[in-house]
Design a protein around this ligand. Sequence first.
Ligand code: FA5
Length: 341
Amino acid sequence: MLSELDQILQKALQELETAKDESSLESWRIAHLGRSASLMLLFDQLGKINKEERPVVGRRANEVKQTLEAAFTKRIESLRQSTLQRSLQTERLDVTLPGRSLPLGRLHPATISMRAVIRAFGDMGFQVYRSPEAETDDYNFGLLNMPPHHPARDMWDTFYTSMPNVSLRPHTSPGQIHVMRQYATEPIRAILPGVCYRYEQISTRKETQFNQLEVLAVGKNITLADLKGTVSDFARRLLGQNIRTRFRASHFPFTEPSAEYDFECLLCQGKGCSVCAYTGWLEIGGCGMVHPIVLQNGGYDPGKFSGFAAGLGTERIMMLKHRIEDIRNFWANDMRFLEQF
Ligand code: FA5
């Protein structure tokens, strides 16, 4: 039996050498240390041999078992080590490689500009009021003192919808009527931001779609000085203390008196360029004292109340601030332009 044990040991150790992966090692374990392995069957037969030989054979059988178990453990450890080394070599991770950057979204420059304008007026105590982009003929024109066939309607020619009498707003001024009708006869200090649409000859300064912000203050004893002070203060808050502004007499049917206000063209420092039509000034908006008829249409008695209103193009402000030479860049969807902001 002792020689049988030696043979079992030799054979098992030889086969262990040839096991090259974990699955063949597992087969080896079942074959040589499993329940039906020759060694285990030999343990079962120990009771049948004579008493003198039994302790010697038993001890030797245990030694063989322990030797095989130790050899198995050693082999499986070294196999795991070499597998690990191989994968470290072939799948090496270079932690110094630069990562892949995540494409982050950003605000559109028209939104950035609108938010800056809202912030400046917000700091002066004006509150945002939202009004619709599609309006009836009355709101777009009639209630703003432009009855049908009034020649001033030509200036705000717009896009008509399939609904009779409804067109896209060419300016944010119709919102004046909405806010006044909602709050009459409370005092009002409101700003009305949003997209406007016009049938327009597209140029470096004009688009068919653009953003405006309407400013409206209604109350008692509001004067032209309040309007000039508010607009000039807004320009300084947005573009710095040294920005020069000017007011030019103008005409709007919904304000009396009316003016247009320009900011000095920052692109050419007032020298004249294609963006400012070689005048040195960029028209930012129109303004004036709210016309008595419009106050009345809004529900305010013009004998007791007065107000000022202004409307400005917010892309124009962004053009001034960042020296953008062509308004068409805003909606052309060219990432090289959009990614600069
Ligand atoms: C108006 O739209 C008047 N509703 C403004 C107003 C409000 C006057 C309240 C009096 C009282 P105007 O058409 O000039 O006015 O436009 C005002 C500003 O909007 C312009 O100065 C310009 O900055 C911007 N704007 C007008 N048309 C375009 C356009 N096609 N593309 C880009 N910006 C424009």
